[in-house]
Write a protein that binds this ligand. Sequence first.
Ligand SMILES: *Cc1c(COP(=O)(O)O)cnc(C)c1O
Length: 439
Amino acid sequence: MQVFVQIGKDNSFMNILNIYEEAGICREVFEYCTSVEEKLKERFDEIDKTAEYNQLKVIHAMQKNKVSDVHFASTSGYGYNDIGRDTLEKVYADVFHTESAIVRPQIVCGTHALALALSANLRPGDELISISGKPYDTLEEVIGIRPSRGSLKEYGITYKQVELLQDGSFDKEGIKNAISDNTKMMAIQRSKGYLTRKTLSVNEIGDIIKFVKSINSNIIIMVDNCYGEFVEIIEPSDFGADMTVGSLIKNPGGGLAPIGGYIAGTKECIENVSYRLTAPGLGQEVGASLGVIQSFFQGFFMAPTVTAGALKGAIFAANIYEKLGYKVVPDGKEPRYDIIQAIEFGTPEGLIEFCKGIQAAAPVDSYVTPEPWDMPGYDAKVIMAAGAFVQGSSIELSADGPLKPPYSAYFQGGLTWNHAKYGIMMSLQKLVNAGIVKL
Ligand SMILES: *Cc1c(COP(=O)(O)O)cnc(C)c1O
């Protein structure tokens, strides 16, 4: 067990256990977690390679577009001639290998970005088909699956859904049969979100895009890319997705963007989005960046490393809790296509103690104790742990779960691997302290 770490040529040693003990972690938890970490070296090396590749991809796009400090200036009012905003959008387009992109603080969250992509490119009478089964909860109201004011349904846009097959793959036959003369767009959600299905790999998504386009090349493919950016070295846009959509308080904001969303895609689709975001006739030419543009650039620059840290945290957690006998999804060994980790605790106490640990390890609000509460739209109490610099940011270390069987904690983020690691160690510490886990 490596408790002492040599930090200088002069044989000075740092007692790493000491600082963990000061931070509330006991020797048993430290040793247990360290032994798990030591077995993950190869896996972590692969993640670092992916981050290295993606880092160069981002830097290269910034160099190609001659990013300069003049681009970081704040603009106000209409935001005409905001060269920072325009350059950032070119950088995104280059990283996603698309003709165009729109990246704005006026896009308030991921749901808004997705709603924009849909409503801007669908017209009355058009049909939308989700081919990865039920979409993310908040999209149910956007589409009108649950009756909602202002939904696509109110505008005469119809909706169908093709479920994924039992093994989590696309139902090609079902998709083919679902296509009608009115089918204008298909939506694919890369991440499982808070469902129990598996997350789709970019290759699987690429394969189905090819299949759909071979049937009708005019069908617009939109991919909900939330939590997926930079997990692989390829993105859905590399395989012909017409729109790739996500939130800047997840992976691509790198923890620095205080708000925002992006859509990268074809010139045609992004132009439509711009007229919907602002107004017909105005489009992409307006929209002041209000002083957040540097954080968008810098966050995008950080995003490959930040995503790698979050990914290591998810794998670390999976291996720790799997070894203790809990069901973890994904499991400790399988490949990853997003940064979300689910752990089934089986009891409310387990879930609550886990969340308390995540909270206690946070840089912000560590002294707060999370409590289960009734949340609108949920049929059970929900517990949430987040001590984030940006409200609701889920690229920062966070966890939540509904207080109902199987008492699963959904866990994601961590701006640095070291913080993610500490958060998971603290979660285990809480479970040990409560007598739920014995090491
Ligand atoms: C987070 C998320 C969204 C919605 O993003 P918000 O920023 O919470 O509105 C949509 N789809 C998936 C898969 C997500 O993970």
